[in-house]
Design a binder for this molecule. Structure first.
Ligand SMILES: N[C@@H](CCC(=O)N[C@@H](CS)C(=O)NCC(=O)O)C(=O)O
Length: 269
């Protein structure tokens, strides 16, 4: 678990649950979804990625990678969205979303790890090619500041790919789609066995992945080959908690684009 010693000491005095997050970010949305499912009170600190609010000394002092989300709980800072899910599950165990037999716990961990592993090469690359590279283009000044603040080599390399007139290519997007398809084929089979990613229970695995499906649908990812995923996503996205945690926040985006809908799946706002 990534527990950060924040350079921005102002957060050390925060009491309760404070989430630094962005409206259209799938990593943020999975944390908001768990907070809603657990009916926890939390304070929102919205970071406008379109306005580059993450590219500041102040925010890098909370999350040293400059990405959202970051959770502050009574002055303790946790980053990495899937670690935040596990942290909340441990601190606030009721209602529980790891409530499966011990031999299936490792399956939840597997899906959470996949979500982290696929983020840059799969989800983020696909999404930047389709939408974000144009929406989130940095000015020369923002780029210089980003390069000064960012020390993570993977994020530096990723953001360099869409800087100074460069962008992601169709080949990058095809490679990302191929990786995602490899993953979704496994997800399609897993859902056939019980209706959820892990057997017959709604778990952290479903909470982690369903907002990512929302994001990929918005980018036009083709789920046509995955009827089980479509039915699973439609079921989850009808939950009032999902409406509040995912769709309501997405609707507030200042840089919203018209999101496509796909046959068989539920809302993709
Ligand atoms: N592995 C991180 C990824 C976080 C991440 O990349 N968040 C995106 C939004 S989903 C972000 O902040 N993007 C802005 C950027 O890359 O500068 C996590 O799961 O928390």
């Amino acid at each position: 678990m990534v527990v950060v010693v924040p350079a921005n000491a102002s957060v050390l005095d925060l009491n309760g649950l404070h989430l630094y997050h962005a409206n259209r970010s799938n990593c943020s949305a999975r944390v908001r979804l768990l907070l809603e499912e657990k009916e926890l009170d939390w304070t929102s600190h919205h970071i406008d990625l379109g306005g580059k609010e993450n590219i500041s000394e102040e925010y890098f002092g909370i999350n040293p990678k400059g990405v959202v989300p970051a959770l502050v709980h009574d002055g303790t800072v946790i980053t990495e969205s899937n670690d935040i899910l596990l942290y909340l599950e441990e601190k606030f165990p009721q209602p529980g979303f790891r409530a499966v037999s011990s031999d299936r716990q490792s399956e939840i961990d597997y899906w959470l790890k996949m979500s982290g592993d696929l983020h840059i090469p799969g989800i983020k690359t696909f999404q930047y090619y389709k939408l974000n590279a144009a929406l989130l283009e940095k000015t020369d000044e923002e780029l210089a500041l980003y390069r000064r603040l960012q020390s993570d080599p993977d994020l530096l390399a990723f953001h360099d790919k869409h800087s100074e007139g460069r962008s992601f290519s169709e080949a990058d997007a095809d490679a990302a789609s191929a990786l995602l398809d490899e993953y979704f084929e496994k997800q399609e089979r897993a859902i056939a066995d019980g209706g959820w990613l892990v057997g017959a229970s709604y778990t952290l695995a479903d909470i982690s992945w369903s907002p990512t499906v929302t994001t990929l649908l918005a980018g036009g990812f083709d789920f046509g080959r995955y009827p089980n995923i479509q039915e699973w996503y439609a079921r989850i996205s009808r939950r009032p908690q999902f409406e509040k945690a995912v769709f309501e926040w997405r609707n507030q985006a200042t840089y919203a684009v018209t999101d496509p809908t796909i046959a068989g799946a539920a809302k993709t706002a």
